[in-house]
Design a protein around this ligand. Structure first.
Ligand SMILES: Cc1cc2nc3c(=O)[nH]c(=O)nc-3n(C[C@H](O)[C@H](O)[C@H](O)COP(=O)(O)OP(=O)(O)OC[C@H]3O[C@@H](n4cnc5c(N)ncnc54)[C@H](O)[C@@H]3O)c2cc1C
Length: 509
């Protein structure tokens, strides 16, 4: 029996970050992955979607150049296969980078499907060489590839005792800890089974052969909004249907209002408080009936119906009961100790999308969880993840970015709060961008702690980092107001919002 210190099941952001940190701390680590290391984020989530949204931004820029700046530019066409090729190249290079990092750290990657056989024991079935792993070029600037201490440029595969391409089973037992990091997959609705062609998930939308002329997006969370935004930029007629009374319903109400306004301005038909009644799949598309917020029945015809109603945890084939564990009614594995992300079975930990809220179903939250679990297993002191201080971003146009509590949450928790909202166009750079947007700060009354910061507008995904330190470090508006922001930038608006709350408003009186 192979007995490393740590076995990690699942090589997504949660699993591979756990493995990298544990190996860096001197532990012997085996990572089991049945598909590709990098997981959802790298292959079907964050990275391909943001690559496509970057292309969408360029398309939008052509319209802006023509309409606002007198640049006589026109858009000939979007070459979808070329766009996909660039996106896939970015994904492939990142994939090779993750493989190389793992190899460099000395993590043994076993490509196969893991099933629990006891509290810390695992059987890996269908063991094989990880697809594509032997394609890693050596010395091409991929992190660690050229200085792979094992020298083969084929991370992990040569460690596979069954050899490359072979299939079989392997039994493992963890001396210190077992980490479950099997992630999530798109959730679907009963009676609305994706067929990959007309009714699609976010996974299918990536691999579609072309762009639809019209799309009905079901679900106004981050993924639904991003796909709605992307398709609109590339010329599709887009309807966005959300059952809650506002899109991005977990964010501050003012964020939802500004985002709705921004998306509508771009021609997206945003329907919040609306429910899908039924959908009929036709040869050339889908005809859906939707009950609107006003109680009317609306028939929407679209080439594609994209179901983005959330994600569901993956435990199929894992047999968590063999380790003495159970999933909750939604399929999550719930830690008994959130400070260590340890289950009721000692030494068995959980990271990533397999965790229920307050974990966030976000890649960067899973990185933090991976660090915490690895350090815990290595006996190194590690602070629990402060989920309230983890930023949340929607990469649409306009973008949203937030950290901490919304105004309603802060009040519900009994805080006496003050808020300050200001439009991004209150600063010169906001006018240059001309896309509206806003900054909202929620703070304790009487000059107390900043509880939440909420941004909407261009580039706010890059602007939230400052506010995450403000919230994470329990700073007060006067602490921030001491620090000068560069002029002219969009970040000045954030600085101004704090200056005003500190009683030192300059452009916002
Ligand atoms: C369209 C989209 C866009 C997104 N955009 C963002 C974003 O911009 N920013 C952000 O922070 N997050 C984003 N996310 C969320 C992010 O992708 C997830 O939070 C993250 O991937 C979760 O990582 P994980 O390691 O928990 O799980 P996963 O990445 O799902 O990895 C789990 C891995 O476990 C493997 N596995 C499962 N069962 C077994 C088994 N029995 N044996 C062996 N291997 C197994 C799977 O093959 C998989 O590779 C996005 C998601 C989607 C779908």
């Amino acid at each position: 029996m192979d007995s490393p210190d740590v076995i990690v099941i699942g090589g997504g952001t949660g699993g591979y970050s756990t493995a990298l940190r544990a190996a860096a701390l001197g532990l012997e680590v085996v990572l089991v992955e049945r598909d590709k290391v990098g997981g959802t984020c790298l292959h079907r989530g964050c990275i391909p979607s943001k690559a496509m949204l970057h292309a969408a931004e360029l398309v939008d820029g052509i319209a802006e150049a023509r309409e606002r700046w007198g640049v006589k530019a026109t858009l000939d066409a979007v070459d979808w296969p070329a766009l996909v090729a660039t996106r896939d190249d970015i994904v492939a290079r990142n994939h090779r980078g993750v493989q190389a990092h793992l190899a460099h750290a000395g993590v043994r990657v076993i490509a196969g499907s893991a099933r629990l056989t006891g509290p810390r024991s695992v059987r890996v079935e269908g063991v094989r060489g990880e697809p594509g792993v032997h394609d890693i070029p050596r010395g091409h600037g991929e992190p660690g590839a050229h200085d792979n201490p094992r020298g083969h440029g084929e991370p992990g595969v040569h460690d596979n005792p069954r050899g490359h391409g072979e299939s079989g089973a392997q039994d493992l037992s963890a001396r210190r800890g077992l980490v479950l990091a099997t992630g999530s997959r798109p959730r679907t609705l009963p009676g609305l089974e994706p067929d990959g062609r007309r009714v699609v998930t976010s996974d299918d939308a990536l691999f579609a052969p072309g762009l639809p002329a019209s799309v009905l997006v079901l679900g106004g969370g981050a993924i639904g909004v991003e796909y709605a935004s992307f398709h609109r930029s590339l010329g599709a007629e887009v309807t966005l249907v959300e059952a809650a009374d506002r899109i991005v319903p977990l964010e501050d109400a003012e964020v939802s209002r500004h985002l709705t306004r921004g998306l509508k301005k771009r021609g997206i038909d945003v329907r919040a408080g609306a429910r899908l009644l039924d959908a009929e799949v036709l040869d050339d598309g889908v005809r859906a009936r939707v009950r609107t917020a006003r109680g009317e029945t609306l028939t929407i015809a679209a080439e594609r119906l994209l179901v983005a109603v959330g994600r569901t945890p993956v435990t199929d084939g894992l047999d968590v009961t063999a380790a003495g564990l159970a999933t909750d009614e939604r399929g999550f594995v719930v830690p008994a100790d959130w400070d260590r992300l340890e289950t009721a079975v000692p030494g068995v930990h959980v990271v990533g999308d397999l965790l229920p809220p307050p974990s966030l179903g976000l890649a960067h939250a899973s990185f933090a969880e991976g660090l915490l679990v690895a350090e815990t297993l290595a006996g190194v002191p590690s602070a629990p993840v402060d989920y309230a201080a983890v930023p949340r971003v929607t990469y649409s146009s306009p973008q949203t970015a937030a950290v901490g509590l919304s105004e309603a949450e802060a009040r519900a928790r009994g805080h006496e709060v003050v808020t300050n909202s200001m439009p991004l166009t209150a600063v010169a750079k906001g006018m240059v961008h001309g896309q509206g947007g806003m900054v909202k700060v929620v703070a304790e009354a009487g000059g107390g702690r900043v509880l939440g910061v909420h941004l909407v507008g261009p580039h706010v995904s890059e602007m939230i980092a400052e506010s995450q330190l403000v919230v994470g470090w329990d700073a007060e508006p006067s602490d921030v107001a001491r620090h000068v922001h560069p002029h002219p930038t969009l970040s000045e608006a954030v600085g101004e919002a704090f200056l005003t709350l500190a009683g030192r408003g300059l452009h916002q009186q």
